[in-house]
Design a protein around this ligand. Structure first.
Ligand code: ACO
Length: 310
């Protein structure tokens, strides 16, 4: 083992942060690029299902809340691409990989938003799951990712609360509104559980990522935490989860729950979910339509540089 590797191992063992200029094993760098890029893409693609409802939000107040939330997701994507760039990749290259289907984004965003109740349920369950998964990432061993996550988590917890507040308004409304909320929960519950990734015994990256302090908990640990956190919230809203096996286990002091459909999960991450083709095509169109903006920004920067050089 050389001196650099020993220094890296000591940093991880002491639970300190690895910074961009520090030496790091190539596999550590590759794992971080994979995870951070996938995370950034999820934030950007995640704007689409909610963006679908901006024009149809039922009041000016709801519209401005949704608009602000979708803008926040764009900001999260930007911090995360910036964190990935500290590892020596370029965001243009990452975007190309996303639209060519070579890099993944979260499975959850491949499900359509069919009713306005989905906006509340996404805030409550999807952002709730995201927070559960992401709070431990604030202690990730890679400094720029950990620091980006602090701000992102603060904003995500605000998103979660706005979703819950929207649902509270709906469940205190008419029977039709209560039905809409329940119908949306029925569609989003299982895909939300899948956000945490495959079960631990089928998660090829977990062990190494935990050893490096990139991940702090396994996929199943976080999924369990999310189930336990969501059950009392569902009770308060007066909705149920579509899982007949969901029951409190006194001995484990945790809820038992049914098995998500892992074949569906695999199909969705392989590109055949209900909205994969639409999401990627939309992202590709936006990227191509924005080519003139990137070109103009580049030309302006070159002009500024030339002026400075004179
Ligand atoms: N959606 C899409 N792909 C997934 C998902 C998911 N929900 N869960 C796991 N995968 C992929 C992994 O990326 C990996 O594929 P790859 O090796 O080709 O990259 C494969 O399935 C096997 O999974 P794991 O070995 O468990 O992968 P990993 O250790 O990376 O754990 C996890 C997956 C938990 C999602 C992790 O990457 C993570 O915590 N990422 C950061 C959070 C994030 O990306 N959130 C995005 C959604 S939340 C939001 O934006 C609102």
């Amino acid at each position: 083992m050389d001196e650099f590797e020993a220094q890296f191992d000591a940093t991880i063992a002491a639970d300190q942060r690895v910074e961009p200029r520090d030496w790091m094993p190539e596999a550590y760098r590759r794992t971080l690029i994979r995870q951070i890029a996938q995370h950034a893409h999820s934030e950007i693609i995640g704007m689409q299902p909610e963006g679908n409802w901006i024009l149809r939000a039922p009041s000016l107040r709801r519209k401005s809340i949704l608009l602000a939330k979708v803008q926040d997701e764009a900001g999260h994507g930007m911090y995360l691409y910036a964190a990935a760039e500290t590892l020596g990749v370029d965001r243009e290259e990452l975007t190309e990989k996303l639209i060519d289907g070579k890099q993944k984004y979260s499975s959850i965003f491949n499900y359509p938003t069919l009713s306005y109740a989905d906006i509340g349920v996404i805030g409550w369950l999807v952002d709730g799951a995201a927070i559960c998964n992401q709070v431990p990432l604030c202690r990730c061993s890679y400094g720029p990712y950990a620091r980006a996550m602090i701000r992102i988590c603060k904003e995500e917890s605000f998103h979660q609360r706005q979703g819950y507040e929207l649902l509270l308004a709906m469940v205190n409304g008419t029977d039709r509104q209560r039905e809409m909320v329940q119908e949306s929960v029925n569609r989003f519950w299982w895909p939300s559980l899948m956000m945490f990734g495959p079960p631990d015994d089928d998660s090829p990256n977990s062990a190494q990522s935990m050893e490096w302090g990139i991940k702090r908990h396994t996929n199943d640990e976080l999924r369990q935490r999310f189930v336990d956190m969501s059950v009392p919230q569902a009770k308060a809203l007066g909705v149920t989860f579509p899982d007949p096996e969901l029951v409190w286990n006194e001995e484990r002091q945790a809820h038992d729950y049914g098995e998500p459909d892992w074949d569906e999960f695999k199909a969705v991450i392989a590109g055949s979910g209900p909205a994969n083709a639409q999401r990627v095509a939309h992202r590709r169109r936006a990227h191509e339509n924005g080519a003139w903006v990137r070109e103009a920004a580049r030309a302006y920067a070159e002009k500024q540089d030339a002026r400075k050089a004179v």
